[in-house]
Design a protein around this ligand. Structure first.
Ligand code: SF4
Ligand code: SF4
Length: 385
């Protein structure tokens, strides 16, 4: 197994290095020793060898937590109060770090929140990547709220095409259509296919785009019915804002049903990672489970620390070993009551327990940022553009 060369720490970019997140209390030198031990462990097969971490070859770079919408399905709790925007240079730094950290390179998709909320900012990030010669701009995601005319769509997609975006991903389902008329993703898909070609437009989800409708004028009761019927199809993870209110037509189980259902495969063997607008690094789509901060230390070191059980921290370590039930006892000691009706999935249990634990000061940095767990926490941040 190849192990990437560790990056030299660049003090100007990583001012808090050695004081942050999972390596709190360790300085760069100590971490270097631990990482070398970890590399030796990975190169020396033995029965007790920890599961090696897959290289991160796909990354969602969240440029903002602002969104025009506040979808009932949103994993990251984005909403119009979100005010964090990842600065252009920082976004390009993280993009470069992601590529450096994997011998296979890294495909980047730019996401939010809603990145078209500041189109000039989105263009500037793409342009900075192009200026630095960064490869792998795989996709840009949007809910199409801005796609109100053919002219605007053509002009924006042509500009993004010139800057090398691979694909346009359009989100559409009954939750999004509470905030965006179904006509807009339909128009964007049609013009997007003309400008970029059919293969470079991805719809999530195509069946809803074809058969769906706007849900913004429905009564609360009717809307709720549409949502729970749709959620029963099994597409939603019931984390983030989706943790409450969508599972009424889904088979629910007590927490004990998930006992021993560990997350090692997902957290260590997933090739996908997400980065928040304030730099938090989340494995795969486990939004809010923070393994480090890309504004404080190189991605390669966050990745390498995940290989070392002693550095995995009080949330990720137990999840890898035993899954979300491992966090249940601690949360119950701190006042959490398991849901009487049960849980649709282990991820719903996990998020519900984490939502409780993130309030503990000693765990907050491992379950960050707080906005992932609470509504209406939008505030200016150090990473503002
Ligand atoms: S799911 Fe997407 S469109 Fe909806 S609130 Fe979240 S970021 Fe915005
Ligand atoms: S249970 Fe938690 S850690 Fe495991 S896959 Fe689901 S969200 Fe991720």
């Amino acid at each position: 197994m190849q192990v990437p060369m560790l990056q030299k720490v660049r003090p100007s970019r990583y001012a808090n290095f050695g004081k942050s997140h999972a390596i709190s209390g360790l300085d760069a030198l100590v971490l270097g020793v631990e990482i070398r031990k970890s590399r030796i462990a990975m190169l020396t097969p033995r029965r007790s060898q920890p599961m090696p971490v897959k290289y991160w070859t796909r990354a969602g770079l969240m440029l903002t937590d602002w969104c025009n919408a506040a979808c009932a399905c949103c994993y990251a709790n984005c909403n119009p109060a979100g005010r964090r925007w990842l600065a252009v240079d920082r976004a390009a730094d993280i993009w470069a770090d992601l590529i450096d950290a994997s011998p296979h390179g890294c495909q980047i998709h730019l996401t939010g929140g809603e990145v078209f909320g500041r189109f000039e900012h989105l263009l500037a990030v793409c342009a900075e990547g192009q200026r630095r010669g960064l490869q792998g701009l795989q996709a840009v995601e949007t809910n199409a709220f801005w796609a109100t005319s053919v002219e605007v769509i053509r002009s924006r997609l042509t500009a993004l095409d010139d800057l090398g975006i691979g694909r346009l991903t359009i989100s559409t389902d009954p939750y999004h259509q509470q905030y965006v008329s179904i006509d807009q993703p339909r128009l964007l898909a049609e013009i997007g296919k003309e400008v970029l070609g059919h293969q470079r437009v991805r719809i999530r989800w195509e069946d809803w785009l074809n058969e769906g409708y706007s849900t913004d004028h429905m009564s609360q009761d009717a809307l709720h019915q549409v949502f729970i019927d749709y959620a029963a199809r099994g597409r939603d993870r019931f984390t983030g804002r989706a943790v409450d209110g969508l599972d009424a037509k889904t088979s629910l189980k007590p927490a004990s049903a998930f006992d021993g259902d560990h997350c090692g495969q997902r957290l260590l063997r997933g090739k996908h990672v997400h980065i928040s607008p304030t730099g938090e690094v989340w494995p795969t789509t486990c939004v809010g489970i923070t393994v480090g901060n890309a504004l404080d230390q190189p991605i390669s070191q966050i990745w390498a620390a995940l290989n070392e059980p002693a550095l995995q921290g009080p949330i990720v370590g137990p999840l890898i070993a035993s899954g979300p039930c491992s966090l249940l006892a601690l949360s119950e000691q701190r006042g959490y009551s398991p849901r009487a009706q049960g849980y649709a999935s282990k991820c719903q249990l996990c998020y519900d327990v984490r939502r409780h634990l993130h309030q503990l000061p000693e765990l907050a940095r491992f379950l960050a940022p707080a906005s992932v767990y609470t509504e209406g926490q939008g505030r200016a941040s150090i990473a503002s553009a």
